[in-house]
Write a protein that binds this ligand. Structure first.
Ligand code: GDP
Length: 296
């Protein structure tokens, strides 16, 4: 399963196995290679550092270096640690609250927030037989509201009728009210994005949260974001408080290092991943698969 890493570390660790023991210098050499793999996968530097520290501690601490196959043991520690840092298997969306359960989607413009809102609605409807209402809170971009409405029409998902001139918080309150009246189990709030994080955006998100009392606040992030992922996740989590992450564009060429960075700085689970533009292209997160990809 972790052949890639084995290959990568092979030249360093193979041959050492015959000796029956690894020195700390051998481990350091192997960790330099791990570090390079993680940086190439666009994992943030801080996260890379804390990861290699944890691996070093385990490898050097537990008498592993003197075990029969220390090379394989080091590879296993790297792999296991990576999976642990990525978090457990997909925990899914938590709907364990009185209906209508409010799910607030946050993130930067272009991250895939609107598409993901519709994908989640579609999933909850088709798999969990839930009645779902979606509402766009992007009052600054009428095209965004229209995009959500159209996705609703295409996938047969209820959307809140658009009323021009309403504030995002008023739309949020109206959506919750409409969901109550309409007997919806879940209401998905697709909030406005910006091209970058700014103060008004964070204030707006906090206001919407206060007004709509969401049970889930999901940060949608482009998995190709790279090093910026850390700031993005930290800001949204500190200012708004997220309950989970959804990573989009996992169908792309990226190695998915953002997953590790965002999970590490927030400690919040990666709940789902987007793997394409189509409605059904949303999958559960499997840390093992991403770990293999990150280690490349
Ligand atoms: P928003 O501005 O955050 O609401 O972003 P959109 O939902 O409008 O998405 C921006 C673009 O990314 C659209 O063309 C989507 O079809 C595309 N997109 C969203 N999620 C994915 C994904 O998981 N994979 C791929 N390949 N494209 C995606």
């Amino acid at each position: 399963m972790f052949e890639n890493l084995q290959d990568r570390l092979g030249s360093i660790l193979n041959g050492l196995t015959g000796r029956g023991a690894l020195s700390e210098a051998d481990v350091s050499a192997a960790l330099r290679e791990v570090r390079r793999a993680l940086l190439e996968a666009d994992v943030a530097l801080d996260v890379v550092r804390s990861f290699t520290d944890r691996v070093r501690e385990k490898a050097v601490g537990a008498g592993i270096l003197k075990s029969i196959k220390p090379g394989q043991m080091v590879v296993k520690i790297v792999h296991d640690e990576l999976i642990e840092m990525l978090g457990g298997e997909g925990v899914g969306i938590d709907l364990n609250a009185p209906a209508p359960v409010v799910v607030m989607m946050v993130g930067l413009q272009g991250s895939g927030k609107t598409t993901t809102s519709a994908k989640i609605a579609h999933r909850l409807m088709s798999r969990d037989r839930k009645k779902v209402l979606m509402a766009s809170l992007d009052t600054r971009r009428p095209a965004a509201q229209e995009q959500l409405r159209q996705l609703g029409v295409q996938a047969n998902i209820d959307t809140l009728p658009i009323i021009a001139g309403q504030s995002p918080t008023d739309i949020a309150a109206r959506a919750v009210q409409a969901a109550k009246l309409g007997g919806h189990d879940v209401v998905i709030l697709d909030t406005a994005g910006r091209t970058h994080i700014d103060e008004p955006l964070m204030v707006e998100m906090a206001d919407i949260k206060k007004r709509s009392n969401p049970h889930e606040i999901l940060l949608v992030a482009d998995s190709l974001t790279g090093q910026d992922a850390v700031n993005l996740a930290r800001n949204f989590d500190d200012r708004v408080g997220i309950t989970g992450l959804v990573l989009t564009r996992m169908d792309g060429d990226g190695r998915g290092g953002a997953a590790l960075s965002m999970r590490a700085v927030t400690g919040k689970p990666i709940k789902l991943i987007g793997v394409g533009e189509k409605m059904g292209e949303l999958e559960e997160f499997h840390p093992r698969r991403i770990a293999d990809r990150i280690l490349g």
